[in-house]
Structure formats: structure tokens, C-alpha cells
Design a protein around this ligand. Structure first.
Ligand code: ADP
Ligand code: MG
Length: 223
């Protein structure tokens, strides 16, 4: 139990730091990147340095986007949102990833779902993280199925892939900051997602079978 407390406290501190850092760094980063890009077009022999600097700036930018693309720290506005519309938006955002991995995204949205009280951008961040993970789990292509439906008073959104799966002994590591098995991964997506869903009073459950695929289920209370 003590272990659990320490882990959740750590998560909330890391999460708050992340929000602040992401917010403060993004603007100067964008400005720097613009100037490096401009300079790198000048005919000079230090082009290689510029190339490296740009690559590093891109990496920082990517890490921030994994954290919180859209969120502002401390200002959380809960409003009622149509979940179907929200999911349709993130499916479009993930489309270029899907094409790269030769992955098809199939969607099933239940008719007449009620509006869901949530912070729209945060919820989008969670769904985008889970959808991208599902796609990235299938380097040889396949299908991701996105399902949204009501389950009593809870909204259930599920992302099911046909990917590599997660070994049982690794399931406990999910959501730890910087835990990643990917070359260019950040290990931040799930940590941020768990935190956001917890602040919405919801849960995330994982079911996985090695070599067969993984399903992430998000449940959020409605009304
Ligand atoms: P990242 O995607 O940058 O690695 P995440 O926090 O999003 O960081 O995920 C952490 C790790 O969890 C991944 O590196 C991967 O090992 C595992 N994982 C997450 N989602 C899936 C999935 N759908 N299938 C298989 N493994 C997954
Ligand atoms: Mg990820």
C-alpha cells in the first residue's frame, strides 16, 4: 500500500511539473526553431551543426507534444462534450501515422451517447496517445478498432489492436514516467493519460496477449 501511495504522489508531482514545463518551453522553442531554420538556409559551411541543432529541437518539441499538446496548466475547464465528435477529430490526427504503419482504423460509435463532462483537450490527448500506441504496436500493419459506448453510467472508450502485445511482467511498468520499449519513445504518453483520466474520476484498464494484441479501456463517469 505504501508503494502505491508513493507512486501516485510521484505521478501527481511529475504531472504538474510536466504541465508547467511544457507550457513555459513551447513558445521560446518555436521561436528558436524558426531562427535555426532561417540560418540553416544561408550558404555557410556549418550546415551540419544546424542540422543537428534542428534535430535536437525537433526531439524536444516531440517530447512536449507527448506530454500536453494542447493543455494549459492549472486552467481546467470541464464542459459537456460530444464524445463521437472528439474521437472523430483524433482519428483524423492519427491518420498519417496509420498510413505510415499500414494500419486501418475501424470505428464503432453507439448511437445517442449522452454528452460527457470533461476537459476536451486533455481527453483528446489521452485518446491520441492510446491510438498512437495501438498503431505503433503493429509495425507489420493491421487493424485498430475504436469503440465508444455506454456501460451503465460510464462511458467506455476502447482501443483494440492486433499488435505485439505486452508481456505480463511488464504490465505493472505501464504509466511509469520514461518507461518505453521504443527507440524514439518518450515513455510519457501513458503516465499523462493515467493522470488525466484519474482527474476525470475514471479508470484505464489493459488487457493484452503477447503476439495477439492489446486492448486499452477507458471508463469515465457521465452525469
Ligand atoms: P511511448 O509510446 O513513448 O513508448 P507510452 O507511455 O505511450 O510511451 O507507452 C509506454 C510503453 O507501453 C510502450 O513503449 C510500449 O512498450 C507499451 N505499450 C503501450 N501501448 C501498447 C500497445 N497498444 N501495445 C503494446 N505495447 C504497448
Ligand atoms: Mg506513446
Amino acid at each position: 500500500a505504501e508503494e502505491m501511495i508513493r507512486k501516485s504522489e510521484m505521478l501527481s508531482i511529475v504531472g504538474q511539473m510536466a504541465a508547467g514545463v511544457a507550457h513555459e518551453i513551447r513558445n521560446p522553442l518555436t521561436s528558436l526553431k524558426g531562427f535555426v531554420q532561417l540560418l540553416s538556409r544561408q550558404p555557410r559551411d556549418n550546415k551540419e551543426y544546424y542540422r543537428i541543432m534542428l534535430a535536437e529541437l525537433n526531439r524536444i518539441e516531440f517530447i512536449i507534444s507527448e506530454f500536453l499538446v494542447l493543455a494549459k496548466p492549472h486552467v481546467v475547464i470541464q464542459r459537456e462534450h460530444e464524445i463521437k465528435q472528439l474521437l472523430e477529430h483524433i482519428v483524423i490526427l492519427a491518420e498519417t501515422n496509420a498510413i505510415m504503419y499500414n494500419v486501418e482504423i475501424e470505428t464503432h460509435y453507439e448511437q445517442g451517447m449522452p454528452l460527457v463532462p470533461c476537459e476536451e483537450n486533455q481527453l483528446k490527448q489521452v485518446f491520441l496517445n492510446l491510438l498512437k500506441n495501438a498503431i505503433e504496436a503493429m509495425p507489420g500493419g493491421g487493424k485498430v478498432t475504436v469503440t465508444a459506448k455506454m456501460e451503465g453510467q460510464m462511458l467506455l472508450v476502447a482501443f483494440a489492436d492486433q499488435g505485439c502485445g505486452i508481456p505480463e511482467e511488464r504490465l505493472g511498468k505501464l504509466g511509469e514516467p520514461f518507461f518505453t520499449t521504443k527507440d524514439k519513445g518518450t515513455g510519457l504518453g501513458l503516465m499523462v493519460s493515467y493522470k488525466i483520466i484519474a482527474t476525470h474520476g475514471g479508470t484505464i484498464r489493459v488487457r493484452s496477449k503477447e503476439g495477439e494484441g492489446t486492448t486499452f479501456e477507458v471508463r469515465i463517469p457521465v452525469g
